[in-house]
Ligand binder design. Structure first.
Ligand code: RIB
Length: 299
């Protein structure tokens, strides 16, 4: 079983032929809404991968709440630890350019009300065999408490170091498994502008210091990781991306689900990378998360 302690958003998405520069206005060519939030996206990915998933977080009492939870509910995710609060449901304003790249501004709303006490409650319902998955879209104190409470119970923790916040490097040291993109990993390692050789050297150095399993996602170049002193690499699929929003979350959810299912580390990385590639082929974070059969067909 996986518990995801994290954010739930409604994504408001405009598509444009190219992303604007600061201060520039560009014409949009489409608008849609979709359920999102890094926590909720990762929960849905783990659920679609086949795991039992509990989501812990918060939504408002507004019109967005039901839509933000709809796909999680349809998929059979446990939502008993999602509280309803007076703050509005979190929103993300997303621009997707013609090349599939994006810009995102997140307004936390209800996600900002998730507390350390909520972390305690979420972890109280878990047992040692479970996996706790977190991101950095709820407050740093709440994430820190969740990591500490899980460690005290011997529960494995997977922290996705996104989005970048001031406390990211410190919190990154507290998880068993850290998943970061290239930029986030540079912050964790305290090194700017790494090439492939510098990245591998930093992975080895950090791993020697902390013993943590570290995973760096590299977009179209796949993923590099270190575990028990060994470097692993995996690639996804060669694709023409339509929309990369939620691809990293799909990777995280599929990876955690694969560990929960008992797959070996290398297979879990490949399965997650393939799932992340497939998530780039459709619009919207949650609507684009593939079902496990689609992923299995591409392995
Ligand atoms: O990682 C993608 C997610 O980031 C979007 O769904 C958006 O809600 C933001 O949280």
């Amino acid at each position: 079983m996986i518990t995801v302690f994290g954010s739930i958003n409604m994504d408001l998405i405009a598509t444009t032929s190219r992303l604007p520069k600061p201060g520039e206005t560009v014409a949009g060519n489409g608008f849609s809404t979709a359920a999102g939030g890094k926590g909720a996206n990762q929960a849905l990915a783990a659920r679609r991968a086949g795991c039992t998933v509990h989501m812990a977080g918060a939504v408002g009492r507004d019109g967005f709440a039901e839509a933000a939870l709809a796909l999680l509910k349809d998929a059979g995710t446990e939502l008993g630890s999602v509280k309803k609060v007076d703050e509005p449901t979190g929103t993300a304003l997303i621009l997707v350019g013609g090349d599939g790249e994006n810009m995102i501004a997140v307004v936390p709303g209800a996600n900002g009300t998730v507390t350390a006490a909520d972390a305690d409650a979420a972890i109280a319902g878990m047992s040692k065999e479970d996996i706790l998955m977190l991101q950095l879209e709820v407050s740093a104190p709440a994430v820190e408490r969740a990591l500490a409470a899980a460690r005290a119970k011997g529960i494995r923790t997977v922290l996705n170091l996104a989005p970048l916040i001031a406390d990211a490097a410190r919190l990154g040291r507290l998880a068993d498994i850290v998943i970061a993109n290239e930029t986030e990993f540079e912050l964790l390692a305290g090194v700017d502008g790494m090439d492939a050789a510098a990245r591998e050297a930093s992975l080895k150095r950090l791993h020697a210091e902390t013993g943590q399993t570290l995973i760096v996602t590299l977009g179209a170049d796949g993923v590099i990781a270190i575990r028990d002193g060994q470097i692993f690499q995996a690639t996804g699929l060669k694709i023409e991306p339509v929309d990369t929003v939620g691809a990293g979350d799909t990777f995280c959810g599929y990876f955690a689900a694969s560990l929960d299912e008992g797959l070996d580390f290398e297979t879990a990385l490949r399965r997650a990378a393939v799932a992340g590639s497939l998530a780039c082929l459709k619009q919207g974070a949650q609507p684009s998360i593939p079902e496990s059969a689609e992923v299995a067909n591409k392995l």
